[in-house]
Structures are given as structure tokens and as C-alpha cells.
Design a protein around this ligand. Structure first.
Ligand SMILES: [Zn+2]
Length: 107
């Protein structure tokens, strides 16, 4: 007759070590989100506080809508897409160093 070993059911107490809070603070410059209007930003190239120079350019969709309106006989209305901000992309430049800062494309 073997002496039945008593199963050890007592587990060593789990010591929860406080995790060292190593929060890495990343100070990141907010990404430049180009808008439809000139914006006051710090130029990433020359580090000057500038107001962006904007240059509008018609999107392909404007030409397409213009052509479509022209073909259906709405010649007068065919220029409307060129007057709509939603059909124009706006590219931003630094007036100081002329670097391209980004392009706003309406969604
Ligand atoms: Zn600049």
C-alpha cells in the first residue's frame, strides 16, 4: 500500500510586480493637412512661420463634367464645374523658399 501523495494544491502567491511605466512621449508635429484656403503654418524646410501660397488647379472631373454638360446641350452650364471648389485641387507653397507643402484635393 502506497501512501498517496497529497497533491500540492497550494500555489506560490503570484506576486504582481508593478510594471514600470515607460511611456515614451513622442512630440510629433501635427501633419500638415492642406485646406482649400491659404494656411498659417511653420515651413518644414525653412522653419519660418508663413502663410501658404495657394495655386488652384482643376481636377480631371471638372473637364469631364464640362464636356458632358456641353454634349447634352447645356453649353451655358458647362463652365460651372470650373467655378466649384469641389472640382479644384489647391496646392500649397511656402512663399519664402517655394517648397511644395502639399495639395488639397476635395473628397
Ligand atoms: Zn519655407
Amino acid at each position: 500500500m502506497k501512501p498517496k501523495d497529497k497533491e500540492a494544491t497550494t500555489y506560490p502567491p503570484v506576486v504582481q510586480q508593478p510594471q514600470s511605466a515607460t511611456t515614451v512621449v513622442i512630440t510629433q508635429q501635427p501633419a500638415f493637412a492642406p485646406g482649400p484656403r491659404p494656411m498659417r503654418v511653420t515651413c518644414p524646410n525653412c522653419h519660418q512661420h508663413i502663410t501658404t501660397e495657394t495655386e488652384t488647379d482643376c481636377l480631371c472631373v471638372a473637364h469631364f463634367v464640362c464636356l458632358a454638360l456641353f454634349l447634352v446641350g447645356l453649353c451655358v452650364c458647362s463652365c460651372i464645374p470650373y467655378c466649384m471648389d469641389s472640382c479644384k485641387s489647391v496646392s500649397h507653397h511656402c512663399p519664402n523658399c517655394k517648397v511644395d507643402l502639399g495639395t488639397y484635393v476635395p473628397s
